[in-house]
Write a protein that binds this ligand. Structure first.
Ligand code: AMP
Length: 706
């Protein structure tokens, strides 16, 4: 249900309420005037009809705001669906709360055996789809990172969340989360709020990331928000750094942090990687690894083991990041044509600001109209779309949302998030940002190692070059110890800033100049710097590359995949609902199971031989020789998302059952491993296989065995 219909429902509800009030008054007036019985009854009937209408509108509005919509009637509610998926995931050990026997720790989860297998499949597909496809340079850097690296990247000073404290208990909460919960709760549960109020709350939700500490504090006060459990008053917001701090070595003298992202390891290696790549641009480096963020509060509860929402916001998670280095003057991409015709849901800035919803856009149009900043960024958006949908993410519940201008870091040229809709709403799973030259410049400045690229000219070129020469003697006399900061700031001016300073110095003799590293203005006089433009012959152009960064939260993608693949279907007898994960073979934790139909040595020997041939073909599988009915064994593997079940019911041929259609074919034992390999590796589809092999009618080997 979109925003427009929600709004019209709220208006209709308000109108219905006024009509009820008016009709109520009319009934009372008729009663008071002892009106004719039939006239009174007519008025009461009209009142009841209006009330009925109101109740139906309320239901529709409730469905609209909780995201179900009328189409979802009869289907599992979001809550029940989430419960069903979560229970299955925990029961089948996809996830285990870490350190469970000690009570667990919120925000830390283990992947159990099938979870581990899915993760490993997702990562190996990631390597194939990105690293192999683009010849990326993969690196593997330490998690423990010295402070100076993260100081240069800005994380030490800026990687913070705004917190508020319960003024009585001292308990901490994320300020933006409290405001977000308040707005969502009002929008979803309070059907009496006006359409205008609903617009205001939605606006607050849209602007949440942009609020300053003061603005957040003011909204919390305005709405009277208190601490969630205790209802105590809250402090003003204050910043909390999310990095886990440590020190390197026994002396404790080298401060460090657990890395909050993997990207910095790539940036600091730029010089060597550029050399390794033959000093050529563009090229991309990639890294898969753990990232650590001391997330403040894992809503909605402070329980030691957090509720399952914790699977989306955890304190240690796997990131897969790409840093694609490109010439800032040429952001075209040689393979862009391969993705430009893709069409999918995009949610550009304009649409968000004007309250519209995401719409299907051809990627090529978004790039040519300038909605997406450049071809390389567009190329990666397209590749991310293909990656996620091939994994099994539902394309109807995947959208690319552009960051609002003030949601983006100041240095970024453009930024899009791949958001996947699950029972918790739209979740940011991949961030794709054009970070311009920010990171390499920051590390160049701090490390004093030039992280730059160069383009050799075929013929030397005459170029006009800006020359800024600080007069150190004068600056030293005037600013003493601050001289170094001022020299650096003067030298870092771009052409526009320098030429403005030159003309001010010429007209006024001095100028007020802001020095970032001192965080204040200083007066620069004419004799302290000379600024000119000189013509020079240059043989090359030296520049800091821009970087385009797709950053994948692997755990979030996997959780959303679990939800998108989960469904229930009635058992043969119709007496229970059976759980199924419809994983594509690519990500399924186990590709097939092998069951002897009955416990019989003859069949077990064949099953063992099949197992050996599957192992040799590199196909993960599981033998189940338990005497349990075949139907129960099918149900067990469906719940693990195993796509194919092989039942040994003869010594020469076996049946292969596909999980979702439950269709079965008969295949000779010698051919089996090759067939399973081609269908699980995606060289053939089940439809192809179904047309090539004799069909086996469900009978002795289906759920009727239950
Ligand atoms: P960011 O660097 O904040 O843009 O994060 C990059 C990606 O990491 C996001 O798109 C998320 O998918 C994922 N991510 C960020 N924080 C967490 C977290 N606390 N738990 C799990 N995944 C996260």
């Amino acid at each position: 249900m979109d925003a427009v219909s929600e709004e019209s429902l709220r208006r209709a509800l308000a109108e219905k309420q006024s009509a009820i009030d008016a009709q109520g008054n009319a009934v009372r007036a008729l009663k008071a005037s002892k009106a004719d019985k039939s006239e009174l009854q007519g008025a009461i009937d009209a009142l009841n009809a209006l009330k009925l209408g109101k109740s139906s509108l309320e239901k529709k509005l409730q469905a609209a705001v909780t995201g179900g919509g009328p189409a979802a009637e009869g289907a599992l509610t979001r809550e029940a669906f989430r419960q069903a998926v979560g229970n299955t995931l925990e029961r089948r050990l996809f996830y285990i709360p870490s350190f469970k026997i000690y009570g667990g720790v919120a925000g830390l989860y283990d992947y159990g055996p099938p979870g581990c297998a899915v993760k490993s499949n997702v990562l190996s597909f990631w390597r194939q789809h990105f690293v192999l496809e683009e010849n990326m340079l993969e690196v593997d850097c330490p998690c423990v990172t010295p402070e100076e690296v993260l100081k240069a990247s800005g994380h030490v000073d800026k990687f913070t969340d705004l917190m508020v404290k319960d003024e009585k208990t001292g308990d901490c909460h994320r300020a933006d989360h409290l405001l977000k919960d308040f707005c969502n709760e009002k929008l979803q549960k309070d059907l009496t709020i006006t359409a205008e109020k609903s617009q205001e709350l939605k606006h607050v939700l849209a602007m949440l990331d942009d609020f300053s500490s003061e603005e957040l504090g003011a909204k919390i006060k305005e709405y009277g928000i208190t601490a969630p459990d205790t209802k105590n008053p809250l402090s003003d917001p204050y910043p909390f750094n999310l990095m886990f701090q440590t020190s390197i070595g026994p002396s404790g003298l080298i401060p460090g942090y657990m890395r909050p992202e993997t990207a910095q390891g790539i940036f600091v290696n730029f010089k060597d990687l550029y050399y390794y790549n033959g000093n050529k641009l563009p090229f991309a480096a990639a890294q898969i690894g753990q990232a650590f963020r001391n997330e403040v509060k894992l809503l909605p509860s402070d329980a030691k083991i957090s509720p399952r929402q914790g699977l989306l916001r955890v304190r240690e998670f796997t990131l897969a990041e790409i840093e694609h280095f490109v010439d800032p003057e040429d952001k075209s991409h040689p393979k862009y044509l391969e993705v430009e015709n893709l069409e999918f849901l995009m949610f550009p800035r304009e649409e968000q600001m004007s309250g519209q919803s995401a719409k299907t856009i051809r990627l090529g149009d978004a790039v040519s109209k300038g909605i997406v900043n450049n071809e390389t960024l567009g190329y990666f958006i397209g590749r991310v779309y293909l990656f996620l949908t091939r994994l099994g993410i539902d394309k109807e519940r995947l959208r690319f949302r552009q960051h609002l201008a003030n949601e983006m870091a100041h240095y970024a040229a453009d930024c899009w998030d791949a958001e996947i809709e699950c029972s918790y709403g739209w979740i940011e799973c991949v961030g794709i940002a054009d970070r311009s030259a920010y990171d390499l410049r920051a590390h160049t400045e701090k490390s004093k190692v030039a992280l730059v690229a160069s383009e050799k000219f075929a013929e030397p070129k005459e170029v006009e070059k800006l020359v800024i020469t600080p007069v150190k003697k004068e600056l030293g006399l005037a600013f003493k110890k601050r001289q170094k900061n001022i020299v650096e700031a003067l030298e870092a001016m771009n052409e526009k800033e320098a030429m403005e300073m030159k003309s001010s110095l010429e007209s006024k003799g001095e100028v007020e100049f802001f020095v970032c590293t001192l965080d204040k203005y200083e007066t620069i006089k004419k004799n302290m710097v000379s600024i000119s433009k000189e013509k020079r012959k240059e043989h090359q152009r030296v520049f800091t590359p821009s970087v385009i960064e797709p950053s994948f939260g692997i755990g979030r993608i996997i959780y959303c995949l679990f939800e998108h693949c989960f469904y229930t279907r009635p058992s043969k007898a119709g007496d229970e609902q059976l759980n199924v994960f419809r994983f594509p073979p690519l990500v399924a934790p186990i590709k097939c199971t092998v069951f002897p139909l009955v416990q019989n040595q003859k069949y077990e020997v064949v099953a063992t031989a099949i197992s050996r041939s599957l192992t040799a073909a590199g196909i993960s599988h599981k033998i189940d020789v338990t005497g349990t009915s075949i139907g129960k064994r099918y149900a067990r593997t469906d719940e693990l998302g195993v796509p194919f079940a092989i039942t040994v019911d003869s010594t020469t041929s076996v049946t292969v059952r596909e999980r979702d259609s439950k269709d079965q074919i008969r295949v000779n034992v010698e051919e089996l491993a090759a067939v399973m390999r081609s269908v699980t590796e995606g060289q053939t589809t089940w439809t192809d296989v179904w047309s090539r092999f004799p069909h086996h009618s469900a009978g002795s080997t289906n759920e009727s065995e239950d």
